[in-house]
Design a protein around this ligand. Structure first.
Ligand SMILES: [Zn+2]
Ligand SMILES: [Zn+2]
Length: 253
């Protein structure tokens, strides 16, 4: 190899190096994009999922759901003589199911909140049949105890001063499955104890949720799962305890 051939080779090699370096600078490695906060619009799933006469209106970045708060299934709380009345072998609280307007307003694109607000007494979400979802507490902000649980019928619900509501899993919401139960006040959906794949999620955060795709959302979205802890060994599972992941909207009962 003479001197001129050597220098041509050298220039060629240098050009190749420059090309590789510039390619590396210009093209980023493909990355799996984590959806930006608030990028998942829940409107179409909300519209497709609610039943039992729940009305849905949208506007100004929010969705308003209105129900009469009554279930579309049997319950001891309908009272004797009602076509959907069913005896609860372990008894009931005083109180009967009555229509009561429930209005929940949630964001169309729910986002994670920087400060997580603890759920309080009262409605924390609305199940797909318009019955409100409550957390793991009762009046006086005390945890549900065996006496209270005894009066939940197989729907995992009872009547309190604010009407009929679900606290735990049951025959008409979710048992040991991946059912969509409803949406909480921050706009994020809540599912049963299992993932869509049929396994129990192992990566839930302290608020009982994680971000992944679901049967309803092909784009990954934060969602809650019903607790997978056998509460007080009584064979029931709390739907939702602890804090909201996002910022809660209003719920008027
Ligand atoms: Zn209650
Ligand atoms: Zn999940």
């Amino acid at each position: 190899m003479n001197k001129s051939k050597l220098s041509i080779f050298g220039i060629g090699f240098l050009a190749l190096v420059i090309t590789i370096v510039s390619c590396n600078n210009g093209d980023e490695d493909p990355i799996i994009e984590t959806p930006a906060a608030g990028s998942v619009d829940i409107t179409s799933v909300v519209q497709a999922s609610y039943t039992n006469g729940v009305t849905i209106s949208t506007g100004n970045g929010s969705i308003t759901l209105t129900s009469n708060g009554t279930p579309n299934h049997v319950s001891a709380y309908w009272g004797e003589g009602h076509p959907l009345y069913e005896v609860n072998p372990t008894g009931v609280n005083p109180g009967i199911i009555r229509e009561r307007t429930n209005i929940m307003t949630i964001p169309t694109n729910p986002v994670s909140a920087s400060v997580k607000e603890v759920t309080a007494l009262g409605a924390i979400g609305m199940s797909l049949n318009g019955v409100p979802i409550y957390n793991d507490r009762e009046g006086g902000n005390v945890p549900l105890d065996p006496m209270v649980l005894e009066h939940f019928e197989r729907a995992g619900a009872h009547v309190g001063p604010s009407g009929y509501h679900y606290h735990v899993n049951g025959d008409f919401t979710t048992k040991d499955d991946a059912n969509l139960v409803g949406f909480l006040r921050d706009g994020f959906p809540i599912y049963g104890r299992k993932c869509v794949s049929g396994v129990y999620p192992s990566d839930l955060d302290e608020n009982g949720g994680h971000t992944s795709t679901t049967a309803d959302f092909p784009t990954a979205i934060y969602h809650y799962h019903c607790s997978n802890t056998n509460y007080l060994n009584l064979g029931v599972y709390i739907l939702k305890a602890g804090s909201y992941h996002g910022t809660k909207g209003t719920y008027v009962q």
